[in-house]
Design a protein around this ligand. Structure first.
Ligand SMILES: Nc1nc2c(ncn2[C@@H]2O[C@H](COP(=O)(O)OP(=O)(O)OP(=O)(O)O)[C@@H](O)[C@H]2O)c(=O)[nH]1
Length: 496
């Protein structure tokens, strides 16, 4: 039973951490909001709106617990905007403005987050690319909802005319959409470090550093920014002839280095490069007054971001495939090939042998640990496991890279050796000696091995070779164990 004081201390700690966490959320949200307003290319309109991504990520990670912080920042920024635009503003005007901002921004992203949480919980580790596609779609639709309610509000309040509605709606929507598509997964990753509930999402995205060299990442980032700067200059020149569409084409040039990054760097770094790229775009747009190509730019950038997120999954899926094929082919205890994988590789060797002008010598060694059942019975299964690992480590240290090592099953192993049966006999003696020394030193057990060794003939199949080696192994056991039986030799040889 918990001591009541300890429980109340933990409760107090939880409250403090909640308060601290919400304060950080408020602070970061306000910094992003200020950043967005610095990047405005027209009053109230910027190429992207990063606070939207933080709101969505906070609702996804914290659920309804993010409301106090979000309501606070929405009220505060409404007050700032209203008093800055209208010196005679009344409290009721500020209140109405804060209410509609909370409804459009807070309400939309909260509903989007509920949908995202539902999708994540429902899909539980299934087809990650489909889940990510759903998340991106939800992010874009939440942005549309937010922009629609917001535009409707400013239109009914007659801040904009009917003819401006569509343009305001689109720029508002795309500004939010660009930010939520690029930054939401990044913010989820940052917030998720603190909250274990979202670990699932991070697992989906394989977020986290995998220790790859920072220098090559910096080179790629520099290249990305350089391509962006060049394409901007190029398109700006071409746009002077009234062909603004070039701007979108130039923006698409950025896709190439961005995809390179997505394919070769971990998701977290790619997400950061996207964020940096869009920061540069936003700064360039407000510096060079590119408002005439705003929509083209936003659509191009939104496309780049969505493609990047999906392309980011390719290395992850490839590494999952590699992992699965490793699990399917490699014995987890010893690291040796499983029987079917050994046979498949050995068959390839035999095929190559027939096609080669000068076929190389190949030998097959089949061996097992003598009286292994007794090892398990007298010293326990974990000592038995360790003995199997010792054998496998010794084999790996003794054979060459082009030899093939497999576990046939239980304590039986196979080696396809590039060499004659005499080479095989040499190897078996070495393995026996090393095992005796190591098993004695590490497990305090006397162990020995028995071998059946054959040299492959021209018309041997791998199955016939295994059957032959198995019969020889049986002969070595019959002759007293700790011995090797060689094909074509009547007597078996002692290994020590
Ligand atoms: N610890 C451990 N034991 C295993 C594993 N796989 C099989 N075994 C045991 O290996 C033993 C093999 O025993 P047997 O096939 O009777 O052969 P043996 O006792 O080595 O006798 P001989 O081969 O005739 O010298 C069985 O007791 C299995 O339970 C494993 O992965 N770990």
């Amino acid at each position: 039973m918990d001591h009541p004081q300890a429980a109340s201390f933990r409760g107090w700690q939880k409250q403090c951490s909640w308060l601290g966490y919400n304060s950080v959320l408020v602070l970061v949200w306000l910094v992003l909001w200020k950043l967005a307003s610095l990047m405005e290319y027209a009053p109230g309109v910027s190429i992207w709106y990063p606070p939207a991504a933080l709101s969505l990520a906070a609702f996804i990670v914290l659920g309804a617990r993010a409301w106090p912080a979000i309501i606070f920042v929405l009220c505060l920024t409404s007050w700032w905007v209203v008093t800055a635009n209208d010196s005679d503003s009344t409290m009721s005007l500020i209140g109405i403005s804060a209410f509609f901002y909370t409804l459009s921004h807070g309400g939309s992203y909260f509903i989007g987050a509920l949908a995202a949480r539902w999708i994540i919980a429902k899909r539980q580790y299934r087809a990650v690319h489909v889940t990510l596609a759903w998340l991106l779609l939800i992010a874009v639709l939440s942005a549309l909802m937010s922009a629609s309610i917001g535009t409707l509000t400013v239109w009914t309040k007659q801040y904009i005319t009917s003819s401006e509605v569509l343009n305001v709606l689109l720029t508002w929507w795309f500004g939010d959409a660009v930010a939520v598509v690029i930054l939401t997964p990044l913010f989820i990753a940052l917030l998720g470090k603190r909250y274990s509930q979202v670990q699932q999402i991070l697992d989906y995205l394989h977020f986290g550093s995998d220790g790859r060299a920072l220098a090559s990442y910096i080179v790629k980032l520099t290249l990305l920014i350089a391509v962006f700067a060049c394409s901007l200059l190029l398109s700006n020149r071409l746009s002077h002839n009234g062909t603004e569409a070039y701007m979108g084409f130039a923006a698409m040039l950025i896709l190439l280095p961005q995809l390179w990054l997505a394919l070769t760097e971990p998701p977290l770094r790619t997400a950061m490069s996207l964020a940096l790229l869009f920061l540069c775009v936003a700064i360039a747009v407000s510096l060079f007054d590119l408002r005439n190509i705003m929509l083209v730019m936003q659509i191009a950038l939104l496309t780049i971001a969505a493609i990047t997120w999906l392309v980011m999954l390719i290395p992850m899926l490839a590494s999952d495939n590699r992992h699965l094929s490793h699990l399917a082919n490699i014995d987890q205890l010893t690291g040796a090939l499983l029987r079917h994988a050994f046979i498949a590789i050995a068959n390839k060797y035999l095929d190559q042998r027939y096609t080669n002008q000068e076929p190389r010598e190949l030998s097959l060694l089949m061996f097992d640990i003598d009286n292994f059942k007794q090892v398990n019975d007298q010293h326990g299964h974990s000592s038995g496991d360790r003995a199997l690992q010792l054998v496998a480590t010794q084999v790996c240290n003794s054979v060459r890279e082009d030899d093939v090592f497999g576990r046939f099953g239980g304590d039986e192993f196979l080696i396809l050796l590039n060499g004659t049966k005499d080479d095989g006999l040499e190897l078996s003696k070495r393995l026996q000696q090393q095992l005796q020394i190591n098993a004695q030193a590490e497990l305090d057990i006397k162990l020995s091995l028995s071998f059946g060794i054959i040299e492959l003939k021209a018309n041997d199949t791998i199955q016939s070779a295994i059957d032959h080696a198995d019969a020889l192994l049986y002969k070595a056991k019959r002759d007293g164990r700790g011995r090797a039986a060689l094909a074509g030799t009547a007597t078996t040889k002692a290994l020590s």
